[in-house]
Design a protein around this ligand. Structure first.
Ligand SMILES: NC(=O)c1ccc[n+]([C@@H]2O[C@H](COP(=O)([O-])OP(=O)(O)OC[C@H]3O[C@@H](n4cnc5c(N)ncnc54)[C@H](OP(=O)(O)O)[C@@H]3O)[C@@H](O)[C@H]2O)c1
Ligand SMILES: [Mg+2]
Length: 344
């Protein structure tokens, strides 16, 4: 290991004990951090805008809910768990007018700080606690006595205790049960964006869809294509997750191993690696961030259109039919965090 891994014994919850923790937003990360911190014995209050659909959900879990202005005054620590591009407006309109010296600003992703969409005054602490997993898994793992690893980073250390506070937070959400490593806002932002675009979300969904379309357009049935290109993906990824790429290869046939090592590099070839490099450059030079900011300013027309096209794709229709064959597959209600949480 080149990095120090912080575990339970390296973190002390008492750095958060006498503080009021304000969580802005109650979505994927917000609900997970709020519930985990509360069950770790800490004092958590939620901030939401007046018409938020999350108000009812947060209230159901017994939280006190304030407006963002009230929260900014009351809480010692402010955790920004609203969508990244909603944060600058929340910060300028509701937090800045109510922000006093000595407060602690916490982020789950470095985006707004790294790209300078939020520029905090020098008299506050600014820290990052970024779980390396979706919020619903952060919650699910905590409930099961486990945790999701987190990255921590310190951008400003006014109190001299910023790193202790970040470690305490990571402990409160369950991350020190598995491991926490320290990074910078820049490294977290750039690697997180690269990972989700090129590999985890963008790369993966495009790979699955391209494989599915290749089979279906060559006359194979959509059900076969779904099983081959999507369903089995989880089974293979589970093996990689548990025992690495070589561990997964231990479980597949010799023929599959030969296809893996000889054909894989022809698919993810030099051209794909060039594209990955370009994607990383656009993240590093701020071009991706700028385009996303413009898209949000325009009311997200392309975002909505492309997601709708994805949802209408044949793979989703056949997928819903196939998943109905597996009664033990947990049905996720995709309308809100509440039902998703209940299924955890
Ligand atoms: N999703 C993940 O698993 C993940 C992983 C790592 C890091 N992060 C980071 O975590 C942060 C939160 O992302 P998320 O995906 O958890 O968000 P999300 O699921 O989209 O939830 C956003 C929450 O913020 C609320 N909200 C929207 N505008 C608000 C405002 N003006 N004031 C107060 N609350 C507001 C939403 O309320 P409504 O219900 O009314 O819309 C919702 O409760 C981001 O920085 C993101 O990069 C997320
Ligand atoms: Mg991300």
């Amino acid at each position: 290991m080149t990095k120090t891994v912080f575990l339970d014994q390296d973190a002390d919850l008492s750095f958060l004990k006498d503080k009021t923790i304000g969580v802005i937003g109650f979505g994927s990360q917000g609900h997970a951090h709020a519930l985990n911190l509360k069950e770790s014995g800490l004092n958590v209050v939620i901030g939401l805008y007046p018409q938020s659909k999350s108000i009812e959900v947060a209230r159901k879990y017994g939280f006190e809910i304030l407006t963002n202005d009230e929260l900014a005054k009351k809480a010692d620590i402010l955790f920004f768990a609203a969508p990244d591009l909603a944060i600058p407006e929340i910060y300028l309109t509701h937090i800045v007018p109510n922000l006093s010296a000595g407060k602690i600003l916490v982020f789950a992703h470095g985006f707004v700080i790294h790209y300078k969409l939020v520029v905090p005054p020098p008299d506050v602490d600014v820290i990052l606690v970024a779980p390396k997993g979706p919020g619903h898994i952060v919650r699910r793992e905590y409930v099961q006595g486990r945790g999701v690893p987190s990255l921590i980073a310190v951008f400003q250390d006014k109190s001299g205790k910023a790193k202790d506070i970040a470690l305490a937070w990571a402990k409160g959400i369950g991350s020190t049960r598995v491991g926490v490593i320290e990074t910078t806002f820049r490294e977290e932002t750039e690697t997180d964006l690269f990972g989700e675009q090129a590999v985890l979300c963008g790369g993966l969904t495009s790979l699955i869809t391209a494989g599915f379309e290749t089979l279906v357009s060559s006359g194979y049935s959509p059900e076969m294509a779904y099983f081959e290109c999507l369903h089995e993906m989880k089974l293979i990824v589970d093996l990689i997750y548990e025992s690495g790429i070589s561990g997964m290869r231990f479980s597949i046939s010799e023929t599959a191993k030969w296809g893996d090592v000889t054909v894989g590099p022809k698919i993810i070839d030099g051209h794909v690696r060039e594209s990955m490099k370009k994607v990383l450059e656009d993240i590093q030079n701020g071009q991706f961030a700028q385009q996303w900011i413009e898209e949000v300013k325009a009311g997200k027309p392309n975002y909505k259109k492309l997601l709708e096209e994805g949802a209408a794709h044949q793979i989703e229709k056949v997928g819903a039919e196939i998943r109905a064959l597996f009664p033990w597959l947990k049905k996720r209600n995709l309308q809100g965090v509440q039902a998703a949480y209940e299924s955890c």
